[in-house]
Design a protein around this ligand. Structure first.
Ligand code: F3S
Ligand code: F3S
Ligand code: ZN
Length: 115
């Protein structure tokens, strides 16, 4: 099973800013979308839209972000089926209190918390 690279900040380049958080490439939209966030990092190419991260976060860090045409299986063919064409976007990563619930509970290990 794939998992987000814990050293993504070293191994990838920041390619853009999305609503105040960094995006690490490579990006080839709409299929390949990179990693959003630096403190609360979500690998959009692993996220299958399970949503447990949004449900468990005590400080409401995430918002759904629609990503029509996303294809995480292009990067990771072994992923479970995509649930929806949307991602958990760490819109308020500065509000993270490092409870780690999202990282632990994401079924595809798409999230890395960097303290
Ligand atoms: Fe929320 Fe995850 Fe931080 S659940 S508080 S974003 S560790
Ligand atoms: Fe995606 Fe994992 Fe959240 S699949 S929606 S990052 S629980
Ligand atoms: Zn984003």
């Amino acid at each position: 099973m794939p998992a987000i690279d814990p050293d993504f900040a070293k191994n990838r380049q920041t390619v853009e800013d999305h609503e105040g958080h960094a995006v690490f490439g490579p990006i080839e939209a709409p299929e390949t979308l990179g990693i959003h966030g630096k403190v609360v990092a979500v690998d959009f190419d692993i996220c299958i839209a399970d949503g447990v991260c949004i449900d468990v976060c005590p400080t409401n860090v995430f918002d759904w972000f629609d990503t029509p045409g996303t294809n995480p299986h292009k990067s990771y063919p072994d992923l479970p089926p995509l649930i929806a064409e949307r991602k958990a976007d760490p819109m308020r990563e500065a509000d993270c209190i490092f409870c780690m619930a999202c990282e632990v509970q994401c079924p595809v290990q798409a999230i890395k918390i960097v303290q």
